[in-house]
Design a protein around this ligand. Structure first.
Ligand code: GBH
Length: 475
């Protein structure tokens, strides 16, 4: 059944940056190729019971060998930019010291291929795949990791900087802190709860030192990709409001405040390790833009028996000072996440109110949904992922509303170009505009891919995804 056509989208500025995102560990495979060292995720996927479908990412989508085909898919899609990540342990197999030129060569080829297709390369320097050698010395609990990161950032910037218009330091420091070191759903699988706080500070420091290193190498247009959610209060009491505020501090302010204002929320600097006041100067180095990954709001109240007791299959520590609740009355993706497009406008307006002129132009660096649709033999092999189209249609309308109310948003990146290795879920969740058959590794563009291509064409008249001579999509 074909659903009724959606009403036309409101129009976005002609120079709006339409993009797609992915990350190294989730798509590349080739984990032993050409001198790559192991990452914390290689080790984590080998621990029994960590990945829900028992899989690993040794092959993933084999993007390492198929990047030409994947860039061609992006070129036909007509995107202005591709956000990918660089695998630290390909570049420095033990996270420090000798540089593995063959690992850098891969990104060099990828960047050339993108530029030839008129697509701006937007590398993220770190998307969760900490070199195992560093993880074994404490990973992000160790302050040294921040300095190692800055050294690695210089190496990559020196090699790719002549062709890369914009950079991202880290992906979602909040998630590593919470999921990796707080509750153990992600690598390195630690369960330190609030003792994971140094992980937040050291990543923030890495970000700040990374910005310095990138600037020193001549990089322009530097940002971060941080995950943020509007926090809704469950319940009516003062305790409920205080708990929601605490959660908002943990997930939003603890990361955005230091970067954008140079200060931790009141009372938190004292909990961080090291010379915090001095670190904050580096952490708040001015950014050219601020990247936000948006998935859904959080509903939080005081701890109560009816609060959820597990997150993505991991039991939550019993004594948390807040309770998380399911958001009812909204559709859910196959991951179980509620579909709340208006949460995106709410989040952006909150950010504008909270940070005012300290907020640089925003780019939505991730937004996407997991739906399991695959090729339908009865329909010529078509992947009719109508729910994904509705999801992005709704979020783009919400984004447009925030822009109409004055939030300066310069771009929108869909997570993800391809179905890929979805961390602790393995291959069970599919976020791609392009379907991947994990037996044959065949790529099949879904209906959402054709839809997004049309959105971009409509918004950039005259651009049909062909090579654009001028430097693509300046933020
Ligand atoms: C991002 O993380 C990552 O950057 C990316 O690598 C990943 O593949 C992608 O998103 C999809 O997961 O408590 O049920 O309301 C997203 C991190 C963590 C977003 C948990 C939404 C709340 C789910 N997210 N989250 S729920």
């Amino acid at each position: 059944m074909t659903p009724p056509p959606l009403p036309p989208l409101p129009s976005f500025p002609p120079d709006f940056l339409w993009g797609v995102s992915a990350s190294a560990f989730q798509i590349e495979g080739a984990v032993d190729a050409e001198g790559r060292g192991p990452s914390a995720w290689d080790a984590f996927t080998r621990e029994p019971g960590r990945i829900r479908d028992g899989s690993h990412a040794d092959v993933a989508t084999d993007h390492y060998h198929r990047y030409r085909e994947d860039v061609a898919l992006m070129a036909q899609l007509g995107v202005c930019a591709y956000r990918f990540s660089v695998s630290w342990s390909r570049v420095q197999p033990s996270g420090e010291g000798p540089v593995n030129q063959r690992g850098l060569d891969f990104y060099d080829r990828l960047v050339d291929e993108l530029c030839a297709a008129g697509i701006a390369p937007v590398p993220t320097l770190f998307h969760w795949d900490t070199p195992l050698a560093l993880e074994e010395r404490g990973g992000w609990l160790d302050r040294d990791t921040a300095y190692r990161f800055a050294a690695y950032a210089s190496v990559v910037a020196e090699r790719l900087g002549d062709r890369v218009p914009r950079w991202i330091t880290l992906n979602e420091p909040a998630e590593i802190t919470l999921l990796g070191y707080g509750i153990g759903e992600h690598a390195p699988g630690r369960r330190l709860v609030f003792d994971a706080l140094p992980v937040a500070h050291h990543q923030l420091l890495a970000h700040g030192l990374g910005v310095e290193a990138l600037r020193a190498a001549g990089a322009r247009e530097i940002g971060i990709a941080a995950s943020h959610s509007p926090v809704w209060t469950a319940g009516e009491t003062g305790e409920d409001r205080a708990a929601a505020e605490l959660y908002d501090t943990l997930m939003n302010r603890l990361f955005a405040d230091p970067i954008l204002t140079g200060a931790y929320p009141e009372g938190w600097a004292e909990l961080m390790p090291g010379p915090v006041a001095e670190d904050l100067k580096a952490i708040s180095a001015p950014l050219d833009w601020y990247g936000i990954n948006y998935y859904n709001p959080a509903l939080v109240g005081a701890p109560k028996p009816e609060a959820v007791t597990s997150l993505a299959g991991i039991d939550l520590p019993p004594d948390l000072p807040f309770g998380l609740h399911e958001i009812e009355g909204h559709e859910r993706t196959d991951f179980g996440w509620p579909v709340v497009p208006e949460g995106l406008s709410e989040l952006l307006l909150n950010f504008r109110t909270r940070y005012g002129d300290s907020l640089p132009p925003v780019v939505i660096t991730e937004n996407g949904c997991s739906y399991g649709d695959g090729p339908d033999p009865a329909n010529g092999g078509r992947v009719a992922d109508v729910r994904r189209i509705a999801y992005h249609d709704g979020h783009l309308r919400a984004l447009h509303r925030a822009m109409a109310e004055g939030v300066d948003v310069r771009g929108y990146f869909i997570w993800s170009i391809l179905d890929n290795f979805e961390w602790a879920e393995g291959y069970r969740q599919r976020f791609g505009l392009v379907h991947v058959d994990y037996e044959t590794l065949a790529r099949t563009p879904k209906d959402s891919y054709a839809w997004y291509r049309d959105v971009i064409r409509h918004s950039r008249p005259g651009s049909l995804g062909e090579v654009r001579p001028e430097s693509p999509g300046e933020v």
